[in-house]
Design a protein around this ligand. Structure first.
Ligand code: NAP
Ligand code: BLA
Length: 332
């Protein structure tokens, strides 16, 4: 596989290393935003530095494009790459518009090209342990997943920008996708959001996704699954938060599963048993290897683009609910 890589950041670096280590792939070219960074990054991997993602797509021998840029660009790059007849891997989210997402899946089908949306959270230790231990809790009553990331000060980066990151639960689609992967179809979604903005020397909060940078976001969604499970997802990051939290709990008829960071336990009235959790390292390598296996021999991938699109639709419904002050949105 002759591979082109979009982006020079954290995910792109791990992709480049994974490709370099795999004899089935050659990293041909890299497109970044900052020319100097792109030049320096490309030299490290012996790849051509492109001045734009469009220039990279013009390289005919590239068969596979990996999109590891900021979220806002995903949709346009994926579309153009598929139209040029290339296989596409894109880091989640596929794009920031659920309708556009549908057309991209359709385009991949008509072009007969791979479209794979990376969801490394599914490959991680917590998710694997969560799925394996779930039968122990019996009939699931409720679930809760809270991730809070304090950052002081919050960086003025794309991940704190309304348009570049997208609606928080869309940019951080993995938070919803973990639960959808396990509990299936959603009946209704309710969501509220709050953003902190600094204007000159004054701080304000708003329920609406700001056009530019914010210093804090906090988003809480309730998902009523068709199975009856009630799940609550809270995602927050930034300067107005002070306690880092990564907590997944599932309450069932026979007990509760609790994952606090990477510490898992199964709790009953009698006692608390540890649940072993594997690591969070090497997930981009796993994803890259599975893509190359799939393209080479048709080995199945760990999720379908339809599954990712479904969660994107749930995130879009959460956004709509937040815009309507928490009005429940029914999922068709
Ligand atoms: P990052 O380190 O900030 O990298 C973002 C990259 O996008 C930068 O190299 C940036 O270039 C580049 N970029 C911006 N505009 C561009 C353009 N016009 N053309 C080409 N490249 C452009 O962020 P990241 O953490 O790697 O995230 C990248 C993607 O991976 C996001 O969609 C994220 O949701 C997804 N993801 C990341 C992780 C993770 O662990 N980090 C996990 C799952 C999914 P400049 O630096 O020159 O501006
Ligand atoms: C996900 N990490 C993400 C995403 C971004 C970052 C933008 C996608 C959006 C989201 O789901 O929040 C960015 N993560 C960062 C940055 C740091 C960070 C800038 O930790 C700075 C330290 N990602 C890393 C590092 C790890 C990491 C150092 O950059 C350490 C193991 C893991 N990030 C990681 C994982 C996900 C993720 C496993 C998938 C999200 C999930 O598990 O739900």
């Amino acid at each position: 596989m002759q591979v082109g890589l979009m982006g020079t950041g954290y995910a792109a670096k791990l992709r480049a290393e994974a490709l370099q280590a795999d004899p089935r792939a050659t990293l041909v070219a890299i497109a970044g935003q900052d020319p100097e960074r792109t030049q320096e990054f490309s030299q490290r991997y012996g790849a051509i530095a492109c001045e734009s993602w469009q220039a990279l797509l013009a390289i005919a021998e590239i068969d596979l494009v990996i999109v590891s840029t900021v979220n806002q660009l995903h949709g346009a790059i994926v579309r153009a790459a598929l139209e040029t007849g290339k296989h596409v891997v894109v880091e989640y989210p596929l794009c920031l518009d659920a309708i556009e997402g549908e057309t991209l899946l359709q385009l991949a089908k008509t072009q007969n090209k791979l479209l794979h949306v990376e969801h490394i959270e599914l490959l991680g230790g917590v998710h694997q342990a969560f799925k394996a231990a779930l039968p122990q809790v019996g009939a699931v009553f409720a679930a809760r997943y809270v991730t809070l990331k304090p950052e002081h000060p919050a960086p003025e980066r794309w991940s704190y920008h309304g348009e570049q990151f997208g609606f928080p639960l869309m940019g951080a689609l993995s938070r919803l996708h973990r639960l959808v992967d396990v509990f299936g179809s959603v009946a209704t979604v309710t969501c509220t959001a709050q953003y902190g903005i600094t204007q000159a020397d004054q701080q304000t909060t708003t329920p609406h996704l700001p056009a530019g940078y914010y210093h804090t976001c906090l988003c809480t969604a309730q998902l009523r699954f068709k199975s009856g499970v009630l799940a609550e997802v809270t995602y927050g990051k930034g300067a107005a938060l002070w306690q880092a939290t990564r907590l997944l709990t599932v309450q069932g008829a026979a007990g509760a599963l609790v994952f606090d960071g990477d510490q898992g336990s199964f709790i009953t009235p009698a006692d608390s048993q540890p649940v072993p959790v594997g690591g969070r390292r090497g997930l981009f390598v796993k994803d890259t290897t599975m893509v190359l296996d799939h393209l080479r021999s048709g080995a199945p991938l760990y999720l379908t683009p339809e599954a990712s699109l479904y969660t994107l639709q749930i995130a879009a419904a959460a956004h709509r609910s937040a815009e309507q002050d928490g009005t429940p949105i029914a999922i068709a």
